[in-house]
Design a protein around this ligand. Sequence first.
Ligand SMILES: [Zn+2]
Length: 358
Amino acid sequence: MTSDPAPHRALNLALLRDRNDAAVLRAVRAAEDGTSRVELAARTGLTAQAISKITARLLADGLLTEAGRAHVAGRSGKPRTLLRLAPRSRHALGAEIGRHGLYLLQVDLTGTVVAQDRAPIAPDAEPGPVLDRLAAMVRELTARTGTDGRVLGLGLACPGPLDTRDGVLHQVTGMPRWHGLHLREAVQDRTGLPVLVEKNTTAGVLGRPGPDHRAFVSLGDGAGAGLVLGGRVQRGARTNAGEFGHQCLDPAGPPCACGARGCLEALCLTALRDGRPDRAAAALAVGVANLVRLLDVEEVTLGGTALLDDPERYEAAIRTELATRLPDPAWQHVTLTRADPLAVPRGAAALALARLFG
Ligand SMILES: [Zn+2]
């Protein structure tokens, strides 16, 4: 039996077209004052003919606009027509499902937040009504901004463990009713939008640009980490990398919701429940020092409600631990930053924008 190669060829051509369009869109987005077709060819390595075709298509789609003419720096000759991104031509949505609340925001093509909304989640809520509420919020927000039909997709962040490939949740701490839920499918059915599901900590590390080796460490109702190494987000073999909260710090320690004992998350949550934030900070700091020793990240962004309620305490504990545990802290300098409270839904929206920008 022979197979027809034509569909594969068509698919490959479509993928190549999308990749080239994405490269041009990225180059235009990076040039805040506009850029010419000649500069785009130089920046992307595409031919002048290809740039001409791609920019014509992107102009027709409304994604680019022509923005006057200007002489290109360092080049003589006639002025070139400048192209700019049309930031409000499309939008993306980013949502976070937390254990206590739903957050939704809308960004334009530059990632600027143009609208946002939030709603509480009752403890032990069934997933169905929570997702119905999220879908209603999506409808209300896009109606309010008049962008219905121009939304690229919805990035959805929630606590892990979860498999981002099939969008299924696995034993999320404190959310037993959500175990085994096909989250992506359930939200796609309710909103009619393409949905990308991501672990909240991975969305957090994507919430803002940063160095090529960085981590987002979160402590709230659970503890976790999102990782970017070598400029690429790291999800692991089953998309379950970054289960930072379940590293064992004390094999004889308190039981953890995951079934093991002495996990960093169990130590931190037990200490916080006992009114001992100093112990929670000390345990988290050991975990951060372990992470820096293992992965040599140069920036750690701190997020999560418990941590951001008392950031100086955690930063001081982490600095002390790094100074003690790293062989040469001056050489292996680590910058600590605090996360924007919207880092997670922002990062989720960035995933939806990546459908266009690659
Ligand atoms: Zn655990």
